[in-house]
Design a protein. Structure first.
Length: 287
Protein backbone atom coordinates (compact mmCIF):
# COMPACT_ATOMS: atom_id res chain seq x y z
CA UNK A 1 0.00 0.00 0.00
CA UNK A 2 1.47 3.32 -1.09
CA UNK A 3 0.65 6.46 0.91
CA UNK A 4 1.81 10.05 1.07
CA UNK A 5 2.95 9.73 4.71
CA UNK A 6 6.25 11.46 3.91
CA UNK A 7 4.31 14.61 2.96
CA UNK A 8 2.36 14.96 6.24
CA UNK A 9 3.03 17.36 9.11
CA UNK A 10 3.03 16.35 12.79
CA UNK A 11 1.56 19.16 14.90
CA UNK A 12 0.85 19.56 18.62
CA UNK A 13 -2.71 20.01 19.90
CA UNK A 14 -3.68 20.07 23.56
CA UNK A 15 -6.63 19.87 25.91
CA UNK A 16 -7.41 19.12 29.53
CA UNK A 17 -9.39 16.40 31.28
CA UNK A 18 -13.03 17.44 31.57
CA UNK A 19 -15.51 17.00 34.38
CA UNK A 20 -18.74 15.16 33.48
CA UNK A 21 -21.81 17.36 33.06
CA UNK A 22 -25.29 16.09 33.88
CA UNK A 23 -28.61 17.91 33.59
CA UNK A 24 -30.67 15.31 35.48
CA UNK A 25 -33.08 12.85 33.90
CA UNK A 26 -32.77 11.61 30.35
CA UNK A 27 -35.84 10.13 28.69
CA UNK A 28 -35.18 6.83 26.94
CA UNK A 29 -36.51 5.89 23.51
CA UNK A 30 -39.23 3.97 25.37
CA UNK A 31 -40.33 6.85 27.62
CA UNK A 32 -38.48 5.96 30.84
CA UNK A 33 -36.64 8.68 32.81
CA UNK A 34 -33.13 7.62 33.90
CA UNK A 35 -30.03 9.14 35.47
CA UNK A 36 -26.82 7.58 34.13
CA UNK A 37 -23.11 8.37 33.66
CA UNK A 38 -22.41 9.94 30.30
CA UNK A 39 -19.73 12.04 28.63
CA UNK A 40 -16.63 13.52 30.20
CA UNK A 41 -14.16 12.76 32.96
CA UNK A 42 -11.98 9.71 33.57
CA UNK A 43 -13.73 6.37 33.05
CA UNK A 44 -11.66 3.96 35.13
CA UNK A 45 -13.23 0.58 34.43
CA UNK A 46 -14.23 0.84 30.75
CA UNK A 47 -11.62 0.97 28.01
CA UNK A 48 -11.22 0.55 24.28
CA UNK A 49 -11.68 -3.11 23.37
CA UNK A 50 -14.45 -3.64 25.95
CA UNK A 51 -18.10 -4.14 25.02
CA UNK A 52 -19.92 -0.87 24.44
CA UNK A 53 -23.36 -2.48 24.67
CA UNK A 54 -25.60 -3.39 27.60
CA UNK A 55 -23.97 -0.98 30.04
CA UNK A 56 -25.84 1.26 32.51
CA UNK A 57 -24.55 4.39 30.76
CA UNK A 58 -25.47 6.92 28.08
CA UNK A 59 -22.83 8.02 25.53
CA UNK A 60 -20.03 7.07 27.92
CA UNK A 61 -16.48 7.63 26.62
CA UNK A 62 -13.83 5.02 27.50
CA UNK A 63 -10.63 6.13 29.21
CA UNK A 64 -9.95 9.86 29.36
CA UNK A 65 -11.98 12.71 27.86
CA UNK A 66 -10.23 15.99 27.02
CA UNK A 67 -11.28 19.35 25.67
CA UNK A 68 -9.73 22.75 25.09
CA UNK A 69 -12.08 25.32 26.59
CA UNK A 70 -11.05 27.90 24.01
CA UNK A 71 -13.62 27.11 21.30
CA UNK A 72 -11.37 27.91 18.34
CA UNK A 73 -8.48 25.91 19.77
CA UNK A 74 -10.79 23.02 20.60
CA UNK A 75 -11.84 22.97 16.95
CA UNK A 76 -8.17 22.47 16.06
CA UNK A 77 -7.90 19.67 18.63
CA UNK A 78 -11.04 17.90 17.37
CA UNK A 79 -10.12 18.12 13.70
CA UNK A 80 -6.39 17.39 13.89
CA UNK A 81 -6.37 14.64 16.54
CA UNK A 82 -6.43 11.36 14.60
CA UNK A 83 -7.29 7.88 15.84
CA UNK A 84 -4.03 6.22 16.84
CA UNK A 85 -2.11 9.45 17.55
CA UNK A 86 0.23 9.38 20.54
CA UNK A 87 -0.90 11.41 23.55
CA UNK A 88 1.20 12.47 26.54
CA UNK A 89 0.22 13.84 29.94
CA UNK A 90 2.05 17.14 30.47
CA UNK A 91 0.83 18.16 33.93
CA UNK A 92 -0.17 16.56 37.22
CA UNK A 93 0.89 13.37 38.98
CA UNK A 94 0.71 11.28 35.78
CA UNK A 95 3.02 13.63 33.86
CA UNK A 96 4.91 11.73 31.16
CA UNK A 97 2.34 8.93 30.77
CA UNK A 98 1.72 7.93 27.15
CA UNK A 99 -1.54 6.90 25.50
CA UNK A 100 -3.44 6.88 22.20
CA UNK A 101 -6.29 8.88 20.73
CA UNK A 102 -9.25 6.54 20.20
CA UNK A 103 -11.78 8.98 18.74
CA UNK A 104 -13.61 12.28 18.86
CA UNK A 105 -17.20 12.85 19.96
CA UNK A 106 -19.46 15.35 18.20
CA UNK A 107 -21.87 17.67 19.98
CA UNK A 108 -19.86 17.78 23.19
CA UNK A 109 -16.74 18.15 20.99
CA UNK A 110 -14.59 15.83 23.09
CA UNK A 111 -11.38 13.99 22.23
CA UNK A 112 -11.11 10.51 23.76
CA UNK A 113 -7.80 8.96 24.80
CA UNK A 114 -6.63 5.57 26.07
CA UNK A 115 -4.20 5.41 28.98
CA UNK A 116 -3.14 2.35 30.98
CA UNK A 117 -5.22 1.76 34.15
CA UNK A 118 -2.27 2.52 36.44
CA UNK A 119 -1.88 5.92 34.78
CA UNK A 120 -5.59 6.71 35.13
CA UNK A 121 -5.25 6.36 38.90
CA UNK A 122 -2.76 9.25 38.95
CA UNK A 123 -4.83 11.61 36.81
CA UNK A 124 -7.21 14.37 37.84
CA UNK A 125 -9.75 16.64 36.16
CA UNK A 126 -7.84 19.59 34.72
CA UNK A 127 -4.66 17.69 33.89
CA UNK A 128 -3.34 18.75 30.50
CA UNK A 129 -2.72 16.26 27.69
CA UNK A 130 -0.75 16.96 24.51
CA UNK A 131 -1.47 15.05 21.30
CA UNK A 132 1.02 14.65 18.46
CA UNK A 133 -1.54 15.09 15.70
CA UNK A 134 -0.51 13.21 12.57
CA UNK A 135 -2.66 12.05 9.70
CA UNK A 136 -4.50 15.08 8.35
CA UNK A 137 -4.06 14.95 4.56
CA UNK A 138 -3.27 11.23 4.48
CA UNK A 139 -3.94 9.56 1.12
CA UNK A 140 -3.71 5.99 -0.14
CA UNK A 141 -2.21 6.75 -3.52
CA UNK A 142 -3.29 3.54 -5.21
CA UNK A 143 -6.92 4.11 -4.06
CA UNK A 144 -7.82 7.46 -5.68
CA UNK A 145 -11.55 6.95 -5.03
CA UNK A 146 -11.08 6.45 -1.28
CA UNK A 147 -10.82 9.38 1.12
CA UNK A 148 -8.92 8.82 4.36
CA UNK A 149 -9.66 10.94 7.42
CA UNK A 150 -9.06 10.96 11.18
CA UNK A 151 -6.47 8.17 10.96
CA UNK A 152 -2.84 7.97 12.07
CA UNK A 153 -0.70 6.48 9.26
CA UNK A 154 1.03 4.12 11.69
CA UNK A 155 -2.33 2.65 12.71
CA UNK A 156 -3.27 2.23 9.05
CA UNK A 157 -0.21 0.02 8.62
CA UNK A 158 -1.50 -2.31 11.37
CA UNK A 159 -5.10 -2.68 10.19
CA UNK A 160 -4.59 -5.58 7.76
CA UNK A 161 -6.04 -3.47 4.95
CA UNK A 162 -4.96 -4.07 1.36
CA UNK A 163 -5.51 -2.65 -2.11
CA UNK A 164 -6.65 -4.66 -5.13
CA UNK A 165 -5.22 -4.19 -8.61
CA UNK A 166 -8.23 -2.07 -9.61
CA UNK A 167 -7.88 0.33 -6.69
CA UNK A 168 -10.40 -1.12 -4.22
CA UNK A 169 -9.54 -0.91 -0.52
CA UNK A 170 -10.21 -4.16 1.33
CA UNK A 171 -10.47 -3.71 5.09
CA UNK A 172 -11.51 -6.09 7.91
CA UNK A 173 -14.59 -5.01 9.88
CA UNK A 174 -16.48 -6.39 12.87
CA UNK A 175 -20.00 -5.69 11.49
CA UNK A 176 -21.78 -4.07 8.56
CA UNK A 177 -24.54 -1.54 9.24
CA UNK A 178 -27.19 -0.33 6.75
CA UNK A 179 -27.70 3.38 6.17
CA UNK A 180 -31.20 3.39 7.67
CA UNK A 181 -29.74 2.67 11.12
CA UNK A 182 -27.55 5.78 11.15
CA UNK A 183 -28.99 8.49 13.39
CA UNK A 184 -27.70 11.37 15.48
CA UNK A 185 -25.00 13.33 13.63
CA UNK A 186 -26.36 12.64 10.14
CA UNK A 187 -26.50 15.82 8.10
CA UNK A 188 -23.39 17.28 9.71
CA UNK A 189 -21.33 19.39 7.33
CA UNK A 190 -18.08 17.49 7.93
CA UNK A 191 -16.88 14.08 9.09
CA UNK A 192 -13.40 15.42 9.86
CA UNK A 193 -14.51 15.88 13.45
CA UNK A 194 -16.93 14.10 15.75
CA UNK A 195 -19.02 11.02 15.07
CA UNK A 196 -22.50 9.80 14.22
CA UNK A 197 -24.56 7.11 15.86
CA UNK A 198 -25.81 3.63 15.00
CA UNK A 199 -29.41 3.52 16.23
CA UNK A 200 -30.06 0.48 18.43
CA UNK A 201 -33.68 0.81 19.66
CA UNK A 202 -35.19 -1.59 17.10
CA UNK A 203 -34.86 -5.15 18.49
CA UNK A 204 -35.15 -6.88 15.12
CA UNK A 205 -32.40 -4.82 13.50
CA UNK A 206 -30.31 -5.16 16.67
CA UNK A 207 -30.26 -8.93 16.22
CA UNK A 208 -30.14 -8.97 12.42
CA UNK A 209 -26.98 -6.86 12.21
CA UNK A 210 -25.28 -8.36 15.27
CA UNK A 211 -25.06 -5.02 17.07
CA UNK A 212 -24.85 -6.69 20.47
CA UNK A 213 -21.25 -7.72 19.76
CA UNK A 214 -19.99 -4.16 19.27
CA UNK A 215 -16.99 -2.97 21.27
CA UNK A 216 -15.27 0.34 21.77
CA UNK A 217 -12.65 0.51 19.03
CA UNK A 218 -14.41 -1.86 16.61
CA UNK A 219 -13.95 -1.13 12.92
CA UNK A 220 -17.37 -1.11 11.25
CA UNK A 221 -18.70 -0.68 7.70
CA UNK A 222 -21.62 1.66 6.99
CA UNK A 223 -23.35 0.72 3.74
CA UNK A 224 -24.80 3.42 1.46
CA UNK A 225 -23.33 6.12 3.71
CA UNK A 226 -21.32 8.92 2.12
CA UNK A 227 -19.28 10.94 4.63
CA UNK A 228 -16.89 12.55 2.13
CA UNK A 229 -18.30 16.09 2.47
CA UNK A 230 -20.60 15.66 5.44
CA UNK A 231 -22.83 12.75 6.48
CA UNK A 232 -25.65 11.52 4.28
CA UNK A 233 -27.20 8.71 2.24
CA UNK A 234 -25.81 7.71 -1.15
CA UNK A 235 -26.62 4.36 -2.74
CA UNK A 236 -23.46 2.31 -3.24
CA UNK A 237 -21.23 4.49 -1.08
CA UNK A 238 -19.26 2.85 1.74
CA UNK A 239 -17.92 4.41 4.93
CA UNK A 240 -15.64 2.52 7.31
CA UNK A 241 -15.19 3.92 10.80
CA UNK A 242 -14.37 3.17 14.42
CA UNK A 243 -16.74 2.95 17.41
CA UNK A 244 -15.82 5.68 19.90
CA UNK A 245 -18.55 5.83 22.56
CA UNK A 246 -21.11 3.55 24.16
CA UNK A 247 -24.67 2.68 23.31
CA UNK A 248 -27.23 5.29 24.35
CA UNK A 249 -30.73 5.43 25.80
CA UNK A 250 -31.98 8.38 23.73
CA UNK A 251 -34.08 7.92 20.60
CA UNK A 252 -32.00 8.21 17.43
CA UNK A 253 -28.75 7.46 19.23
CA UNK A 254 -26.38 4.54 19.82
CA UNK A 255 -22.67 3.70 19.51
CA UNK A 256 -20.85 6.60 17.82
CA UNK A 257 -18.73 6.04 14.71
CA UNK A 258 -15.82 8.22 13.52
CA UNK A 259 -15.06 8.00 9.79
CA UNK A 260 -11.67 6.53 8.79
CA UNK A 261 -12.30 5.68 5.11
CA UNK A 262 -15.05 6.62 2.68
CA UNK A 263 -15.73 6.04 -1.01
CA UNK A 264 -18.75 7.63 -2.64
CA UNK A 265 -18.23 5.26 -5.59
CA UNK A 266 -18.11 2.09 -3.49
CA UNK A 267 -14.39 1.41 -3.92
CA UNK A 268 -14.19 -0.11 -0.42
CA UNK A 269 -14.76 -3.82 0.12
CA UNK A 270 -15.43 -4.50 3.82
CA UNK A 271 -14.56 -8.02 4.94
CA UNK A 272 -16.45 -9.13 8.05
CA UNK A 273 -14.17 -11.00 10.45
CA UNK A 274 -14.53 -12.24 14.01
CA UNK A 275 -12.43 -9.42 15.42
CA UNK A 276 -11.36 -6.04 14.02
CA UNK A 277 -10.55 -3.65 16.84
CA UNK A 278 -7.98 -0.88 17.27
CA UNK A 279 -7.14 -2.14 20.78
CA UNK A 280 -5.58 -5.21 19.18
CA UNK A 281 -3.86 -3.20 16.45
CA UNK A 282 -2.37 -0.81 19.02
CA UNK A 283 -1.43 -3.55 21.49
CA UNK A 284 -3.59 -2.14 24.31
CA UNK A 285 -6.30 -4.81 24.64
CA UNK A 286 -6.93 -6.22 28.10
CA UNK A 287 -4.73 -9.21 28.87
Amino acid sequence: MKTNVDKLAMVSVQGEITNPRLAGYRITAFGKPVVLPGTGGITYNIQVGDSCMGLQVDHVEPGVTIKNFNEAENSGLSILACVGNQARVVSGDAKGALGYVTGTHGGCEHTIIYFAPEDLEKMAVGDKILVKSFGAGLKIEDCPDVTVMNLDPHLLQKMNASVTADGVLEVPVAVEVPAYLMGSGIGSSTAYRGDYDIMTADPVAYEQFNLGKLRFGDIVALRDCDTTFGRGYLKGAVTVGVVVHSDCVLAGHGPGVVTLFVSSTGKINPQVVEKANIADYLGIARK
